[in-house]
Design a protein around this ligand. Structure first.
Ligand code: GAR
Length: 207
């Protein structure tokens, strides 16, 4: 069983989709805990409802970001976590943290990277006037939204879309591809060669 920790700052719909698909699609993975940096994150309530260990760690209680991250590292090591899943975790992990978990951190971003990195990616896409956008699951490296791409899904952008309309359309795809990627990792079906991530056996959509 792949030991996972999920980091989330917000409502936690991706976290919920991952929980649901681990059960439904029998993904050989176990969520050791959910971590949030936001006291009122919806994700914390979802964890409680699902009986999953959860921790709110307030970064403001630490003198430095490094001290905060050292606390996270000790929790992760203690739980022997093998994969860190960022699901709407709105902090940038420092090189210190990323080096500790090389190729063991994945993120989902609501755009077709490398377009529209950073915050409010859906609004950036609408404002730019692109005809297609989507979401990307990628390994986390020391840059912002720059790590090797594992999987992407595409959605159409309509001329009348607001950022919220597009975000909702993309979110549905996020809920599909994030659990699919976790399944691939749990089944050791990914191979990383530089920036290229190969799927060793053709993946099946979880539907
Ligand atoms: C998702 O759309 C995710 O892609 C995005 O935050 C949302 C979290 O929603 N992440 C980022 O923008 C990271 N840069 P959720 O809390 O319902 O899963």
């Amino acid at each position: 069983m792949l030991k996972i920790a999920v980091f989330a700052s917000g409502r936690g719909s991706n976290f919920q989709a991952i929980i649901d698909q681990i059960k439904r699609a029998k993904i050989p993975a176990e969520i050791k805990f959910l971590l949030s940096d936001q006291k009122n994150a919806g994700a914390l309530k979802k964890a409680e409802k699902e009986g999953i260990n959860s921790t709110f760690i307030d970064p403001a209680q630490f003198e430095t970001e490094l001290a905060y991250e050292k606390k996270l590292v000790s929790l992760l090591k203690e739980a022997q976590v093998e994969l860190i899943v960022l699901a709407g975790y709105m902090r940038i992990l420092s090189p210190f943290f990323v080096k500790k978990f090389k190729k063991q951190i994945i993120n989902i971003h609501p755009s077709l990277l490398p377009a529209f990195k950073g915050l409010a990616a859906q609004k950036q896409a609408v404002d730019y006037g692109v005809k297609y956008s989507g979401c990307t699951v990628h390994y986390v490296d020391q840059g912002m939204d720059t790590g090797p791409i594992i999987k992407q899904a595409v959605v159409k952008v309509k001329p009348e879309d607001s950022a919220a309309d597009l975000a909702a359309r993309i979110l549905k795809k996020e809920h599909q591809i994030y659990p699919e990627v976790i399944k691939l990792i749990a089944e050791s079906k990914l191979k990383i060669e530089g920036r290229k991530v190969k799927i060793l056996k053709e993946e099946q959509s979880l539907g």
